[in-house]
Design a protein around this ligand. Structure first.
Ligand code: BT5
Length: 253
């Protein structure tokens, strides 16, 4: 898609996963197309986890990226576009990014993002970047979930139009993308500032299952989390992690 033209959005009633839809039809989709579904029968998170995707309540959508540098850049674009959309729709709700790609309100998860590479002839041809935002869910919908979650409705006491949010997000993403074509720095700075846990004590479970607690020092320009922690011998280490699950320290938020 050429920046400046109308955003392309495909609305589906039901799909297994909008990420799968974009990956399967990648060759036929133009750049920055957004695929949105009313419900997903196999919505997924990272590492094979499930994403609750009931009908008529939430936003489930995936952007097709053909020309970004990598999944991290796509994540920065989607994270900033989503935060700008949320700030416009609900200025009273204080949202922030939790590394690598979640959106939180206080200590509860409002949205999750999932980027997946699309391979052609063994090479990454593009990125399918999925976003799930809890919009009109109520606390009963989260019963049984293994972590705290929230929705725009719970956080604000109001109902929202999911299609309106989808259209705003597509517009917002396009604006971010135009900035991105100019330079990555501005959009990266905005993304970094939104990572509110920087400077605070966090727990981290790394991809290989190691558990560390320490201070979240910063994010690098390639998306790694820099964690400062004490080794068993008392010396201090600063290590870069490129994936993992962050938990919020008791007094961090
Ligand atoms: C994520 O994974 O947070 C990425 C979620 C991406 C979902 C979108 S929806 C559109 C697109 N199509 C897909 O199939 N996926 C994407 P992760 O960090 O692994 O978090 C998953 C965990 O979040 C689960 O194990 C639950 O604990 C929790 N969870 C599941 N559903 C939730 C929901 N609706 N709201 C909040 N937390 C949820």
């Amino acid at each position: 898609m050429i920046p400046g033209t109308e955003e392309e959005i495909i609305f589906l009633d039901e799909v297994d996963s909008t990420n799968t839809y974009v990956r399967d039809r990648f060759d036929a989709l133009s750049d920055l197309t957004l695929v949105v579904a009313d419900r997903q029968t196999a919505g997924r998170g990272r590492l094979g986890r499930k994403w609750l995707s009931p009908s008529g309540l939430n936003f489930y959508g995936t952007f097709c990226f053909r020309n970004v540098r990598d999944g991290f850049h796509a994540g920065v674009l989607c994270g900033v576009a989503l935060l700008r959309t949320l700030a416009e729709a609900t200025p009273e709700v204080d949202c922030y990014l939790k590394w690598p790609n979640d959106v939180y309100v206080g200590k509860a998860k409002l949205a999750g993002l999932l980027g997946e590479g699309v391979l052609r002839q063994g090479k990454i041809a593009g990125i399918a970047f999925g976003i799930g935002v809890n919009i009109n869910m109520t606390p009963e919908h989260f019963a049984g979930l293994d972590q705290r979650a929230t929705s725009l409705k719970i956080a604000s006491g109001r109902d929202f139009d999911v299609v309106f949010i989808a259209k705003s997000l597509a517009k917002s993403l396009k604006r971010c993308y135009i900035n991105y074509l100019d330079s990555f720095d501005g959009i990266f700075s905005e993304w970094r500032r939104a990572n509110r846990l920087i400077g605070r004590t966090i727990g981290l479970v790394s991809a290989d299952g190691r558990r560390c607690e320490g201070i979240f020092r910063d994010v690098t320009e390639t998306g790694e989390l820099l964690l400062e922690y004490a080794r068993p011998d008392g010396t201090v280490a600063v290590e870069a992690f490129n994936c993992g699950d962050v938990s919020i320290g008791k007094s961090s938020i």
